[in-house]
Design a protein around this ligand. Structure first.
Ligand SMILES: *Cc1c(COP(=O)(O)O)cnc(C)c1O
Length: 379
């Protein structure tokens, strides 16, 4: 073949030296990037079947479950939608525990499909109050599902998932559906032991892979609910994923590039040992929290409920939060998150999930400190 190949320069290649510190997508090490760039295969062939079998086993290991687990080609929101449409019917009563932007989104999805959603919001920067939840469940009969965010990326707060699930099981027969998009593979989620019915997550967060693949677990109770579920579904109909998996196949063409990368990172997580992975994230989060406080910055949430994957820091008085994010990027090549929704301009967020070196976190903190000093000095 005489075709000429011209070297392409992508936008990302030009930005390759940025320190990407947002709560997903996360930066990827070279070998995982290379895996994502390898040749396509037949997704209905034996190699894919082998890969899918290994990946499914590893996924169950991370979630400490003997129940079902599936890969779906979508972003994390697709996995949240999967949890809703496969377990509920229009008119079903849903209790939506929300501590921020992503909690609101989960409730919006349930509402969009016709569920009778009662929203139970908690103040931004705080976690779910399990005693209040228990009281609510006792006074609100017939709740079919309690939905919540494990780790609220918009405020840097982690909910006490085990205690929430306990409160639900002690006070109702409701299903527990969890958005763990930004916590899975970084914080423990014992699906079977805690009685979690559906967990939703996505490849571009702590899993160290490109965006494109979401993952869900599905309990025996969730399958029972599936039988009665009347919400419309097709692409996200979980029975299709189950039936095709029996033959080592996906129902639809998967994002192969992201699957290749995820195959490697999943194996790495299992080889490292999930307890070690969780420890490592906790230690990195502590480093970020301690480092911020040492610089005189104030953490947004109380340390006891602070997330191990994203640290939210209050923007000091007199500083424009949006300008701070722009400044950190322009002067230091560090990309941090700003506040979302009501938190716009009030906080900045540093992501530290997946592949993170101490220098990544330290560099982000120094960039924030220097930028604040420059802004104060009117430079
Ligand atoms: C990133 C994120 C999502 C949404 O993910 P998409 O992949 O953008 O659909 C949902 N919930 C939480 C907590 C997240 O951090």
């Amino acid at each position: 073949m005489a075709t000429q190949t011209k070297k392409l320069t992508t936008t990302a290649a030009k930005l390759a030296h940025e320190n990407l510190r947002i709560p997903g997508p996360v930066p990827l090490p070279d070998d995982i990037l290379e895996a994502a760039g390898t040749q396509m295969i037949n997704h209905r062939g034996p190699e894919y079947a082998d890969m899918l079998a290994r990946m499914t086993a590893n996924l169950k290991t991370v979630f400490m479950t003997a129940a079902d687990a599936y890969f779906i080609t979508s972003s994390g929101t697709g996995a949240m939608e999967t949890a809703i449409v496969n377990t509920l019917s229009p008119g079903d009563r849903v209790l939506s525990l929300t501590i921020g932007f992503f909690g609101d989104r989960f409730g919006d999805i349930a509402h969009a499909y016709g569920a009778d959603v009662t929203s139970m919001p908690f103040p931004l920067g705080q976690a779910v109050d399990t005693a209040a939840l228990a009281r609510k469940l006792r006074e609100l009969p017939g709740v079919k599902a309690v939905i919540l965010t494990h780790n609220e990326s918009s405020t840097g707060v982690a909910n006490p998932l085990k205690a929430v699930a306990e409160a639900v099981h002690e006070n109702s027969d409701a299903l527990v559906l969890v958005d763990a998009v930004s916590s899975a593979a970084a914080m423990p989620i014992a699906v079977d032991a805690w009685g979690i019915d559906v967990v939703s997550t996505a490849s571009q967060k702590a899993w160290i892979a490109p965006p494109g693949i979401s993952m869900v677990t599905f309990s025996a109770r969730a399958w029972k609910a599936y039988q009665a579920s009347k919400m419309p579904k097709y692409y996200f109909d979980i029975a299709q994923y189950r039936d095709y998996l029996k033959n080592g196949q996906p129902p639809f063409t998967p994002c192969l590039s992201a699957m290749y990368a995820l195959e490697i990172s999943l194996q790495r997580i299992v080889n490292e040992g999930i307890e070690n992975v969780f420890e490592r994230h906790h230690a990195m989060a502590d480093r970020c929290r301690n480092g911020a406080e040492k610089l005189g910055l104030k953490l947004f949430p109380d340390r006891r409920i602070a997330s191990d994957t994203v640290t939210a820091i209050r923007v000091p008085d007199g500083i424009d939060g949006k300008a701070l994010v722009a400044r950190v990027r322009k002067d230091h090549g560090v990309v941090i998150g700003g506040g979302q929704g009501q938190m716009t301009g009030k906080i900045v967020r540093i992501g530290h999930m997946g592949w993170v070196e101490p220098a990544h976190v330290d560099g982000a903190l120094q960039a924030i400190e220097k930028s604040i000093a420059a802004m104060r000095a009117g430079r």
